[in-house]
Design a protein around this ligand. Structure first.
Ligand code: SF4
Length: 249
């Protein structure tokens, strides 16, 4: 992880980064002490490796008899090789338990047979249908039995995420924690570099947002963080660059 990498070059902490980090640790600690079963959704992107690292540190520090948090990944069957490599590495080295959820194979195969490999680029309806099979349905299985989950959503990521809160109780059945809500991209990468956290090699190829291979591309300087997701769709409107995992009812 040399300082000349794209990640090293963008690792610029905000002036109030120390305060943000303290707040994030407090949010996570409170979540861990409140919930008996809490899970982290990880795309293996930069924000998520930071949260996993913070959880691992808290696990060592809190010394709870039964640590309440684990990590889950939705392996859609369309992830980049770089993401799968980091997943294997994380499973082998993490002090946390990892769960991996895949789509119902019959549904995924049927969808491709009926609509083609790149159907998601043909219409919003087909894209959402693919996301439902590969992400939304497996997410339901991943969250079953948990009273809370954690995500790496940040307010800065897009206009659609501007009203994200650190603790979201909109859904009475499950609390959602977004502990990096006020972190900048520079803060996230600063934490990774400072703590030598293994990260997704795609970030050094200018992918800020990690997703499925057919639906994610690198972005240029100045582009919105989520511009590389479903880039053929309109920036505004119904789709709003989300896959259904974080859409409010
Ligand atoms: S991001 Fe693309 S490939 Fe992945 S589930 Fe959604 S439409 Fe399918």
């Amino acid at each position: 992880m040399g300082t000349l990498s794209a990640v090293g070059l963008q690792a610029n902490a905000s002036k109030d980064f120390a305060e943000k980090l303290t707040n994030t640790q407090a949010v996570l600690k409170d979540a861990l002490l409140t919930h008996a079963h809490i899970t982290q959704a990880s795309s293996l992107g930069a924000e998520d490796v930071v949260i996993t690292h913070l959880l691992e540190s808290l696990k060592a520090k809190l010394g709870l008899q039964a640590f309440p948090a684990d990590v889950f990944v939705l392996n859609t069957g369309k992830l980049h090789a770089e993401t799968l490599t980091l997943l294997a590495q994380s499973q082998a080295t993490s002090s946390l338990a990892w769960r991996v959820f895949e789509p119902v194979q019959e549904q995924a195969i049927h969808f491709v047979k009926t609509n083609g490999e790149l159907a998601m680029r043909e219409s919003l309806e087909l894209r959402k249908a693919c996301c439902h099979i590969r992400k939304v349905e497996p997410l339901g299985r991943a969250l079953a039995g948990y009273s809370a989950w954690m995500t790496g959503m940040r307010a800065e990521q897009s206009a659609a995420r501007a009203d994200v809160h650190a603790v979201d109780t909109t859904d009475a059945k499950i609390t959602k924690y977004n502990p990096l809500v006020d972190w900048t991209w520079g803060d996230v990468l600063h934490y990774i570099v400072e703590n030598n956290v293994p990260y997704n090699a795609l970030h050094d190829k200018f992918y800020p947002s990690i997703g499925c291979e057919p639906c994610t591309r690198a972005v240029s300087l100045g582009e919105d963080f989520r511009a590389g997701r479903w880039w053929w769709e309109s920036k505004d409107g119904e789709s709003a660059k989300e896959c259904g995992l974080h859409v409010k009812a």
